[in-house]
Design a protein around this ligand. Structure first.
Ligand code: CP
Ligand code: NVA
Length: 308
């Protein structure tokens, strides 16, 4: 796997290979073993043009545990923040680093970085998608449910970067998917086009009860994403009711999981009661960022199979 720019770029086999390696790496950690330092001597640049808790920590710790060096690069401190172009910065990065993880606004910037740096590039979130998070979500579902076939996933809220990656990842893994989003806040057109290929396994509705009906896992995310702070108050009105609460959970299948990428806004997209009732699953999901990210780092930055 050369890059991880979007989940659309992965075949189902590549997706499952990432999840399998993540499970293997997790099992080593749980057994108290240290990984072999296969990334010794390699440096992964971590460029953040937006805030982060989980993404930054999971990539820094993950790179360290694999024997490599994680170099945190704040967008504000780089000349990128003063207008140096992506195209020029990318060619400079290519002279020093062995890989780049970037969190930024425009998806096209991530693609340009991949084109000009000559390095493996990992998308750590853009306005368009959040593939790394969804790999952790799929790993959590695999652990709790034992697989994906025959399961229904539902997403309630803004048709944002999380919705876009969840639709692609869950459909690709073999689940059916229903998105419940307000009119004018539907997922991206390109993702809706992708989902068309899955026929009646995908539905889009404004009715959250229809979306959550008989779901095996329900996802949500914030009503205002990073970069949309100025719209936050207006969005509270638009999204009112697009909330995972007890009433919504009552239409789901027994044992339905709740997943939230975090950070969460309690009493907005999810009630405190539902959040706390599903806290174990949600924090397992957060932990799985580390295991999933290590698999992505390994598969993009090396050519060898993990086990020799
Ligand atoms: N879920 C997620 O990406 O969290 P951070 O914004 O804290 O990295
Ligand atoms: N949709 C959120 C996800 C945060 C992990 C955002 O982009 O801010």
């Amino acid at each position: 796997m050369k890059h991880l720019l979007t989940l659309q770029d992965l075949s189902q086999k590549e997706l499952f290979d990432i999840l399998d390696l993540a499970s293997e790496l997790k099992a080593e950690v749980k057994a108290g073993k240290k990984h072999e330092k296969r990334l010794d001597g390699k440096t992964l640049g971590l460029i953040f043009q937006k805030s982060s808790t989980r993404t930054r920590i999971s990539f820094e710790v993950g790179m360290y545990q694999l024997g490599g060096y994680p170099l945190f690069l704040s967008g504000n401190d780089l000349q990128l923040g003063r207008g140096e172009s992506i195209k020029d910065s990318a060619r400079v990065f290519g002279r020093y680093l062995d890989g780049i993880m970037i969190r930024t606004f425009k998806q096209s910037d991530v693609e340009e970085l991949a084109e000009y740096s000559g390095l493996p590039v990992i998308n750590g979130l853009t306005d368009y998608c959040h593939p790394c998070q969804v790999l952790a979500d799929l790993l959590t579902i695999k652990e709790y449910k034992g697989g994906f076939e025959g399961l229904k996933a539902a997403y309630i809220g803004d048709g944002n970067n999380m919705a876009n990656s969840l639709i692609v990842g869950c459909l690709k893994a073999g689940m059916s998917f229903a998105a419940g989003t307000p009119k004018d806040y539907a997922p991206h057109e390109k993702v809706l086009d992708f989902a068309k290929g899955y026929g009646d396994k995908f539905t889009l509705t404004e009715n959250i009860y229809e979306a959550a009906d008989k779901a095996d896992v329900v996802f949500t995310d914030v009503w205002a994403s990073m970069g949309q702070e100025a719209e936050a108050e207006a969005r509270k009105k638009i999204f009112a009711g697009y909330c995972i609460d007890d009433k919504l959970m009552s239409v789901t299948n027994p044992g339905c999981m709740v997943q939230h990428c975090l950070p969460a806004h309690r009493e907005e997209e999810i009630t405190d009661k539902v959040f706390e009732a599903h806290a174990k699953e949600i924090f397992d999901e957060a932990e799985n960022r580390l295991h999933a990210q290590k698999a992505v780092i390994y598969l993009t930055m090396t050519d060898e199979a993990y086990k020799k």
